[in-house]
Design a protein around this ligand. Structure first.
Ligand code: MG
Length: 326
Protein backbone atom coordinates (compact mmCIF):
# COMPACT_ATOMS: atom_id res chain seq x y z
CA UNK A 1 0.00 0.00 0.00
CA UNK A 2 1.20 3.50 -0.80
CA UNK A 3 1.98 5.84 2.04
CA UNK A 4 -1.16 8.04 2.26
CA UNK A 5 -0.65 11.28 0.39
CA UNK A 6 2.85 10.33 -0.79
CA UNK A 7 2.10 10.08 -4.47
CA UNK A 8 -0.73 10.85 -6.87
CA UNK A 9 -3.66 8.49 -6.79
CA UNK A 10 -4.46 7.11 -10.24
CA UNK A 11 -7.79 8.47 -11.44
CA UNK A 12 -10.71 6.08 -11.67
CA UNK A 13 -11.27 7.10 -15.27
CA UNK A 14 -10.40 9.91 -17.62
CA UNK A 15 -12.55 12.88 -16.70
CA UNK A 16 -14.84 13.03 -19.69
CA UNK A 17 -18.18 13.11 -17.92
CA UNK A 18 -21.16 12.15 -19.99
CA UNK A 19 -23.35 14.65 -18.30
CA UNK A 20 -26.42 16.76 -18.85
CA UNK A 21 -26.33 19.81 -16.68
CA UNK A 22 -29.46 21.80 -15.95
CA UNK A 23 -29.08 25.03 -17.90
CA UNK A 24 -30.55 26.94 -14.99
CA UNK A 25 -27.68 25.97 -12.68
CA UNK A 26 -24.26 27.59 -12.59
CA UNK A 27 -21.28 26.44 -14.64
CA UNK A 28 -18.91 27.51 -11.87
CA UNK A 29 -19.38 26.99 -8.14
CA UNK A 30 -17.32 28.56 -5.40
CA UNK A 31 -16.27 26.17 -2.64
CA UNK A 32 -15.60 27.78 0.74
CA UNK A 33 -13.22 25.50 2.61
CA UNK A 34 -13.63 25.42 6.40
CA UNK A 35 -11.50 22.47 7.57
CA UNK A 36 -8.64 24.39 9.23
CA UNK A 37 -11.09 26.43 11.33
CA UNK A 38 -14.44 24.66 11.65
CA UNK A 39 -12.92 21.20 11.33
CA UNK A 40 -10.09 21.63 13.81
CA UNK A 41 -12.05 23.73 16.31
CA UNK A 42 -14.14 20.68 17.10
CA UNK A 43 -11.16 18.45 17.77
CA UNK A 44 -10.29 17.55 21.32
CA UNK A 45 -6.56 17.62 20.65
CA UNK A 46 -4.47 20.70 19.96
CA UNK A 47 -2.59 20.20 16.71
CA UNK A 48 0.87 21.50 15.99
CA UNK A 49 1.13 24.80 14.09
CA UNK A 50 3.56 23.21 11.59
CA UNK A 51 0.93 20.63 10.72
CA UNK A 52 -1.79 23.27 10.30
CA UNK A 53 0.54 25.34 8.13
CA UNK A 54 1.21 22.48 5.76
CA UNK A 55 -2.49 21.55 5.75
CA UNK A 56 -3.45 25.06 4.59
CA UNK A 57 -0.66 25.16 2.00
CA UNK A 58 -1.75 21.82 0.60
CA UNK A 59 -5.39 22.91 0.46
CA UNK A 60 -4.42 26.00 -1.54
CA UNK A 61 -2.22 23.86 -3.79
CA UNK A 62 -5.24 21.58 -4.43
CA UNK A 63 -7.07 24.56 -5.91
CA UNK A 64 -8.98 25.84 -2.88
CA UNK A 65 -9.53 29.57 -3.40
CA UNK A 66 -11.55 30.49 -0.31
CA UNK A 67 -9.97 29.14 2.86
CA UNK A 68 -11.17 29.88 6.38
CA UNK A 69 -7.79 29.59 8.07
CA UNK A 70 -8.42 30.14 11.76
CA UNK A 71 -10.37 32.09 14.35
CA UNK A 72 -9.23 35.06 16.41
CA UNK A 73 -11.10 34.04 19.53
CA UNK A 74 -9.51 34.61 22.93
CA UNK A 75 -7.06 31.68 23.29
CA UNK A 76 -8.73 30.53 26.50
CA UNK A 77 -12.02 29.96 24.65
CA UNK A 78 -10.69 27.60 22.01
CA UNK A 79 -7.15 26.36 22.78
CA UNK A 80 -7.14 24.46 19.46
CA UNK A 81 -6.94 27.82 17.62
CA UNK A 82 -4.76 29.76 20.07
CA UNK A 83 -1.94 29.95 17.51
CA UNK A 84 -3.86 32.22 15.09
CA UNK A 85 -1.18 34.93 14.84
CA UNK A 86 1.64 32.41 14.53
CA UNK A 87 -0.22 30.47 11.84
CA UNK A 88 -1.00 33.66 9.91
CA UNK A 89 2.67 34.66 9.97
CA UNK A 90 3.85 31.26 8.74
CA UNK A 91 1.28 31.32 5.93
CA UNK A 92 2.37 34.84 4.95
CA UNK A 93 -1.26 35.91 4.98
CA UNK A 94 -0.57 39.50 3.86
CA UNK A 95 0.63 38.05 0.52
CA UNK A 96 -2.34 35.76 0.00
CA UNK A 97 -5.19 37.58 1.66
CA UNK A 98 -7.31 37.26 -1.50
CA UNK A 99 -7.88 33.59 -0.66
CA UNK A 100 -7.80 33.61 3.15
CA UNK A 101 -10.56 34.31 5.66
CA UNK A 102 -10.46 34.51 9.46
CA UNK A 103 -13.37 34.03 11.85
CA UNK A 104 -13.70 36.81 14.41
CA UNK A 105 -15.96 36.80 17.49
CA UNK A 106 -15.88 40.54 18.21
CA UNK A 107 -14.19 43.84 17.36
CA UNK A 108 -11.04 42.81 19.22
CA UNK A 109 -10.85 39.69 17.05
CA UNK A 110 -11.34 41.84 13.94
CA UNK A 111 -8.43 44.06 14.97
CA UNK A 112 -6.21 41.04 15.54
CA UNK A 113 -7.17 39.53 12.16
CA UNK A 114 -6.51 42.85 10.40
CA UNK A 115 -3.11 43.19 12.06
CA UNK A 116 -2.27 39.64 10.95
CA UNK A 117 -2.97 40.62 7.33
CA UNK A 118 -6.47 39.25 6.76
CA UNK A 119 -8.69 41.28 4.46
CA UNK A 120 -11.74 39.04 4.74
CA UNK A 121 -13.44 37.96 7.95
CA UNK A 122 -16.45 35.94 9.02
CA UNK A 123 -18.62 36.26 12.12
CA UNK A 124 -21.38 34.10 13.59
CA UNK A 125 -24.93 35.04 14.54
CA UNK A 126 -27.61 32.62 15.70
CA UNK A 127 -31.18 32.20 14.47
CA UNK A 128 -32.19 30.66 17.80
CA UNK A 129 -32.00 31.68 21.45
CA UNK A 130 -30.81 28.28 22.64
CA UNK A 131 -27.82 28.12 20.33
CA UNK A 132 -26.89 31.74 21.06
CA UNK A 133 -26.82 31.06 24.79
CA UNK A 134 -25.10 27.68 24.57
CA UNK A 135 -22.50 28.64 22.01
CA UNK A 136 -22.15 32.41 21.67
CA UNK A 137 -22.50 33.62 25.23
CA UNK A 138 -25.36 36.04 24.63
CA UNK A 139 -28.94 36.05 23.35
CA UNK A 140 -29.91 35.79 19.68
CA UNK A 141 -30.39 39.56 19.11
CA UNK A 142 -27.03 40.06 20.82
CA UNK A 143 -25.32 37.79 18.30
CA UNK A 144 -26.93 39.71 15.45
CA UNK A 145 -25.90 43.09 16.86
CA UNK A 146 -22.36 41.83 17.30
CA UNK A 147 -22.09 40.75 13.65
CA UNK A 148 -23.60 44.05 12.50
CA UNK A 149 -20.98 45.92 14.57
CA UNK A 150 -18.19 43.79 13.08
CA UNK A 151 -19.55 44.37 9.56
CA UNK A 152 -19.63 48.12 10.06
CA UNK A 153 -16.11 48.27 11.49
CA UNK A 154 -14.73 45.86 8.88
CA UNK A 155 -16.24 47.71 5.96
CA UNK A 156 -14.70 50.94 7.15
CA UNK A 157 -11.33 49.13 7.10
CA UNK A 158 -12.02 47.90 3.56
CA UNK A 159 -12.47 44.32 4.75
CA UNK A 160 -15.17 42.02 3.39
CA UNK A 161 -17.45 40.26 5.83
CA UNK A 162 -19.27 36.98 5.72
CA UNK A 163 -22.07 36.56 8.23
CA UNK A 164 -22.91 33.07 9.37
CA UNK A 165 -26.43 32.34 10.53
CA UNK A 166 -26.29 29.24 12.67
CA UNK A 167 -29.34 27.02 13.19
CA UNK A 168 -31.06 28.38 10.07
CA UNK A 169 -33.08 25.17 9.55
CA UNK A 170 -33.42 23.15 12.74
CA UNK A 171 -32.30 23.57 16.32
CA UNK A 172 -31.69 20.67 18.75
CA UNK A 173 -33.54 22.45 21.57
CA UNK A 174 -36.18 24.46 19.69
CA UNK A 175 -36.89 22.21 16.70
CA UNK A 176 -38.04 23.68 13.40
CA UNK A 177 -36.84 27.21 12.64
CA UNK A 178 -39.28 29.46 10.80
CA UNK A 179 -37.96 30.40 7.31
CA UNK A 180 -39.53 33.86 7.65
CA UNK A 181 -37.41 34.51 10.73
CA UNK A 182 -34.29 33.31 8.95
CA UNK A 183 -35.13 35.58 6.01
CA UNK A 184 -35.48 38.62 8.29
CA UNK A 185 -32.14 37.93 9.95
CA UNK A 186 -30.47 37.36 6.57
CA UNK A 187 -31.77 40.69 5.30
CA UNK A 188 -30.57 42.43 8.46
CA UNK A 189 -27.03 41.10 8.01
CA UNK A 190 -27.04 41.99 4.32
CA UNK A 191 -28.19 45.53 5.00
CA UNK A 192 -25.59 45.83 7.78
CA UNK A 193 -22.81 45.30 5.23
CA UNK A 194 -22.19 41.54 5.12
CA UNK A 195 -21.25 40.81 1.51
CA UNK A 196 -22.14 37.16 2.00
CA UNK A 197 -24.47 35.36 4.39
CA UNK A 198 -23.90 31.65 4.98
CA UNK A 199 -27.05 29.87 6.12
CA UNK A 200 -26.02 27.11 8.48
CA UNK A 201 -27.75 23.76 8.73
CA UNK A 202 -25.79 23.31 11.93
CA UNK A 203 -27.37 19.99 12.93
CA UNK A 204 -27.93 18.69 9.42
CA UNK A 205 -31.72 18.29 9.50
CA UNK A 206 -32.53 20.27 6.34
CA UNK A 207 -34.19 18.57 3.39
CA UNK A 208 -34.25 19.86 -0.21
CA UNK A 209 -37.73 21.37 -0.08
CA UNK A 210 -36.91 23.10 3.20
CA UNK A 211 -33.77 24.53 1.59
CA UNK A 212 -35.88 25.92 -1.24
CA UNK A 213 -38.30 27.49 1.23
CA UNK A 214 -35.56 29.23 3.21
CA UNK A 215 -33.75 30.46 0.09
CA UNK A 216 -36.95 31.79 -1.47
CA UNK A 217 -37.87 33.54 1.78
CA UNK A 218 -34.43 35.17 1.90
CA UNK A 219 -34.53 36.38 -1.70
CA UNK A 220 -38.09 37.64 -1.18
CA UNK A 221 -36.71 39.68 1.73
CA UNK A 222 -34.38 41.43 -0.71
CA UNK A 223 -31.16 39.41 -0.45
CA UNK A 224 -29.76 38.42 -3.87
CA UNK A 225 -28.82 34.77 -4.40
CA UNK A 226 -25.27 35.94 -5.20
CA UNK A 227 -24.95 37.04 -1.55
CA UNK A 228 -26.10 33.69 -0.14
CA UNK A 229 -24.09 30.60 0.71
CA UNK A 230 -25.00 27.32 2.38
CA UNK A 231 -23.11 25.68 5.24
CA UNK A 232 -24.41 22.13 5.36
CA UNK A 233 -23.87 19.21 7.69
CA UNK A 234 -24.47 15.64 6.62
CA UNK A 235 -26.16 14.18 9.71
CA UNK A 236 -29.04 12.59 7.81
CA UNK A 237 -27.13 12.09 4.55
CA UNK A 238 -28.91 14.84 2.63
CA UNK A 239 -26.19 17.49 2.37
CA UNK A 240 -25.55 16.81 -1.32
CA UNK A 241 -29.26 16.65 -2.14
CA UNK A 242 -29.57 20.01 -0.41
CA UNK A 243 -26.67 21.38 -2.47
CA UNK A 244 -28.38 20.32 -5.67
CA UNK A 245 -31.67 21.84 -4.59
CA UNK A 246 -29.90 25.12 -3.75
CA UNK A 247 -28.10 25.12 -7.11
CA UNK A 248 -31.48 24.98 -8.79
CA UNK A 249 -32.37 28.08 -6.77
CA UNK A 250 -29.30 29.88 -8.12
CA UNK A 251 -26.90 29.45 -5.18
CA UNK A 252 -23.25 29.29 -6.24
CA UNK A 253 -21.30 29.18 -2.96
CA UNK A 254 -21.13 26.14 -0.69
CA UNK A 255 -19.10 25.52 2.45
CA UNK A 256 -17.32 22.22 2.85
CA UNK A 257 -14.59 20.69 4.98
CA UNK A 258 -11.73 18.64 3.57
CA UNK A 259 -12.14 15.01 4.58
CA UNK A 260 -15.42 15.91 6.30
CA UNK A 261 -13.55 17.15 9.38
CA UNK A 262 -15.58 18.77 12.11
CA UNK A 263 -18.81 18.34 13.94
CA UNK A 264 -20.97 20.52 16.13
CA UNK A 265 -20.17 19.98 19.81
CA UNK A 266 -23.38 21.80 20.75
CA UNK A 267 -25.60 19.53 18.70
CA UNK A 268 -25.42 15.95 19.99
CA UNK A 269 -25.34 13.39 17.21
CA UNK A 270 -24.74 15.95 14.48
CA UNK A 271 -22.41 14.59 11.84
CA UNK A 272 -19.54 16.56 10.42
CA UNK A 273 -19.52 19.22 7.79
CA UNK A 274 -20.25 18.25 4.23
CA UNK A 275 -16.93 16.85 2.97
CA UNK A 276 -15.25 18.90 0.25
CA UNK A 277 -14.34 15.73 -1.65
CA UNK A 278 -17.98 14.62 -1.69
CA UNK A 279 -19.08 18.05 -2.92
CA UNK A 280 -16.40 18.16 -5.63
CA UNK A 281 -17.29 14.62 -6.72
CA UNK A 282 -20.87 15.78 -7.28
CA UNK A 283 -19.83 18.97 -9.08
CA UNK A 284 -17.19 17.25 -11.25
CA UNK A 285 -19.83 14.74 -12.25
CA UNK A 286 -22.17 17.56 -13.24
CA UNK A 287 -19.46 19.27 -15.26
CA UNK A 288 -19.48 22.23 -12.87
CA UNK A 289 -16.10 23.89 -12.36
CA UNK A 290 -14.68 24.46 -8.88
CA UNK A 291 -10.97 24.94 -9.60
CA UNK A 292 -10.24 22.12 -7.14
CA UNK A 293 -8.31 19.04 -8.23
CA UNK A 294 -10.07 16.13 -6.53
CA UNK A 295 -7.09 13.77 -6.60
CA UNK A 296 -4.88 16.37 -4.95
CA UNK A 297 -7.52 17.15 -2.36
CA UNK A 298 -8.04 13.48 -1.47
CA UNK A 299 -4.28 13.06 -1.15
CA UNK A 300 -4.24 16.04 1.19
CA UNK A 301 -6.99 14.59 3.38
CA UNK A 302 -5.30 11.17 3.51
CA UNK A 303 -2.02 12.84 4.40
CA UNK A 304 -3.66 14.96 7.10
CA UNK A 305 -5.51 11.96 8.50
CA UNK A 306 -2.27 9.98 8.74
CA UNK A 307 -0.40 12.91 10.33
CA UNK A 308 -3.08 13.95 12.80
CA UNK A 309 -4.59 10.58 13.62
CA UNK A 310 -7.99 12.06 12.80
CA UNK A 311 -10.14 9.93 10.50
CA UNK A 312 -11.57 11.53 7.36
CA UNK A 313 -15.29 10.65 7.35
CA UNK A 314 -15.73 11.66 3.69
CA UNK A 315 -17.25 8.88 1.60
CA UNK A 316 -15.12 9.85 -1.39
CA UNK A 317 -11.91 9.80 0.68
CA UNK A 318 -12.93 6.39 2.05
CA UNK A 319 -13.52 5.09 -1.47
CA UNK A 320 -10.11 6.34 -2.64
CA UNK A 321 -8.45 4.86 0.46
CA UNK A 322 -10.07 1.49 -0.27
CA UNK A 323 -8.65 1.58 -3.81
CA UNK A 324 -5.21 2.32 -2.44
CA UNK A 325 -5.46 -0.57 0.01
CA UNK A 326 -6.12 -3.28 -2.61
MG1 MG B 1 -19.85 23.38 10.35
Amino acid sequence: MNQPGSEPIPPLWEPKPLTVREESTAEVVSVYEVAPRDGLQAETVVLDTDLKTEFCERLWASGVSNLEVTSFVPPAWIPQLADAEDLAARLEIPDRNDSAVALVPNIRGLERAYAAGFRAVAAVASCTESFARANLNTNAPGTLARVCDIASAANSLGISVRGYLSMAFGDPWEGHVDPARVADLTATLYEAGCQQIALGDTIGTATPGHVRAVLRAATSAGVPTSALALHLHDTYGLALANVYSAMEEGITTFDASAGGLGRCPYAPGAAGNLATEDLVWLLDGLGVETGINLDDLVATSLWFSAQSGRPAPSRVVSAYAARLAV
